[in-house]
Design a protein around this ligand. Structure first.
Ligand SMILES: NC(=O)c1ccc[n+]([C@@H]2O[C@H](COP(=O)([O-])OP(=O)(O)OC[C@H]3O[C@@H](n4cnc5c(N)ncnc54)[C@H](O)[C@@H]3O)[C@@H](O)[C@H]2O)c1
Length: 264
């Protein structure tokens, strides 16, 4: 796969899980520089060391994506550090239960709703808006790649999360229109992947086994996804191999969206 050599990547939420796999996947495929942006400084430093070991330069930016000034500053600092920007991956995401462990439709607080919308949706718009002039100047297959979810494609009982992810799919299409033809914009919609987010959700469930069955039982491929399987798709979307792909939402879901069933 031809990920543009010498490309500069900014990946949010890159300190663990899917973001870490994306950062390392880019480095392994010849990205010149990867900015690891996350609220977790220590874990981001660890991933940056792994990026360097994989052959790319790395920059760590500590950012709270709930804060618009920090989102804009993140893009500016990444561009300064890397001397440009070719691929923006708006990967970071949080759940309704991230700051409120008892969050349900009935109990979700306004603060939790706002936090989910700020990280999962508003930061995606703000970072893309800030990065757009830089991306338009890139000659290395510039693109924006956003983390959506199958929970944004079909009904899901976490109201803020599901609404934010559905909105990301629409925001991606809107950005694709606005930035065409210079900058491609696509989203990916994971099924259940084996990441700290998913593990935490299973571990804190009243019945962890039932939760695991609920999360992977609708995969036609009967297991959780490996983060590298998601990174493979993101690296393809960023590459010139995907030069005619924009405005798309790509399910990476083990077949979840292909049917209405649950495996016995
Ligand atoms: N793992 C799955 O099964 C799955 C399924 C569907 C969608 N997704 C989406 O994929 C993306 C990555 O998921 P993951 O499972 O790797 O998540 P994760 O929770 O394992 O990692 C998310 C990362 O984002 C960072 N982050 C959280 N809040 C932040 C903030 N305010 N500012 C900066 N960084 C912040 C965290 O520190 C963490 O490093 C998310 O957008 C998620 O919604 C994941």
């Amino acid at each position: 796969m031809n990920t543009p050599l010498d490309s500069s990547w900014l990946v949010t939420g890159a300190a663990q899980g899917l973001g870490r796999a994306i950062a390392l996947g880019a480095a392994r495929r010849g990205a010149a520089h990867v900015t690891v942006a996350d609220v977790d400084a220590a874990a981001a430093e660890q991933v940056a060391a792994e990026v360097v070991a994989a052959g790319a330069e790395a920059t760590v930016l500590v950012v709270d994506l709930r804060r618009p000034d920090e989102v804009r500053g993140m893009v500016d600092d990444a561009v300064d550090a890397m001397g440009g920007l070719d691929t923006l991956v708006n990967n970071a995401g949080i759940l309704d239960v991230t700051f409120q462990s008892d969050a349900t439709f009935d109990t979700l607080s306004e603060d939790s709703w706002d936090a989910v919308m700020a990280v999962n949706l508003k930061a995606v718009w703000l970072a893309t808006q800030r990065a757009a002039p830089i991306l338009r100047r890139s000659t290395r297959s510039p693109s924006v790649i956003n983390a959506a979810s199958v929970s944004g494609m079909t009904g899901y009982p976490s109201p803020a999360y599901a609404a934010s992810k559905g909105a990301v799919i629409q925001l991606t299409r809107s950005c694709a229109i606005s930035l065409a033809p210079d900058v491609r914009c696509n989203s990916f919609s994971p099924g259940s992947f084996d990441t700290p987010m998913a593990r935490h959700r299973i571990a804190t469930a009243a019945d962890p086994d039932a939760q695991l069955r609920q999360m992977t039982g609708n995969h036609l491929i009967p297991r959780a996804g490996d983060p590298d399987e998601l990174a493979n798709v993101v690296c393809f979307l960023a590459s010139s191999e995907a030069s005619f792909l924009t405005g798309a939402n790509v399910p990476v879901d083990g077949g979840t969206m292909a049917w209405r069933g649950t495996r016995a």
